[in-house]
Design a protein. Structure first.
Length: 139
C-alpha cells in the first residue's frame, strides 16, 4: 500500500503532460518533493511513464520531470472527493527542481494553520539546505 511519507502542499500549478502520442493540459492539486496529484480531463493509466512540465507562476523556468502514474481516476466520479486526474511519482528530477518544490511547500505550510509532522518539516529543510550547500560548493 502506498502512503505519503513527505510533506505536501495544495498548490495549483499548470502542467503539460507529454506522451509519445499526445499532450495533455492539467493542474497540480497536491504537490510533494516526490510526486503530485494532477487534475486533468484525460488521466493516463496506472504505471504509464511520461515527461511532465510544471509551470510555476511568476517563474521563468519550468520544472521538467520524468514521472510514473501510481494512481488514476479515469472512470470514477469527477467531484471534490475524487477529482478526475492521477497521482504521479517523480522518477527523474534535478536537485534544483526538488529544492524549488521543497521551498514552495515550506512557504505554503508556513502560511496555513495546518500542523505538520516535525519529521516531514525537517526533511523539507534538509532538502533546501543540502541543495544550497551543493550549489555554493560548485560555484
Amino acid at each position: 500500500m502506498y502512503t505519503e511519507q513527505n510533506a505536501k502542499a495544495k498548490v495549483k500549478w499548470p502542467v503539460l503532460i507529454n506522451t509519445d502520442d499526445r499532450s495533455i493540459d492539467g493542474v497540480t492539486l497536491d504537490l510533494s518533493t516526490n510526486g503530485a496529484f494532477v487534475s486533468c480531463a484525460n488521466p493516463l493509466r496506472l504505471n504509464e511513464i511520461f515527461d511532465m512540465t510544471i509551470n510555476i507562476p511568476n517563474s521563468h523556468r519550468p520544472l521538467k520531470i520524468s514521472v510514473e502514474v501510481v494512481w488514476s481516476n479515469i472512470y470514477g466520479p469527477d467531484d471534490d472527493i475524487s477529482p478526475r486526474g492521477m497521482g504521479v511519482r517523480f522518477l527523474e528530477i534535478s536537485s534544483e527542481d526538488r529544492k524549488v518544490i521543497a521551498t514552495e511547500i515550506l512557504q505554503s505550510l508556513a502560511s496555513t494553520e495546518e500542523k505538520i509532522d516535525p519529521k516531514k518539516l525537517q526533511t523539507l529543510q534538509t532538502l533546501i539546505i543540502d541543495q544550497s550547500e551543493t550549489g555554493s560548493k560548485a560555484a
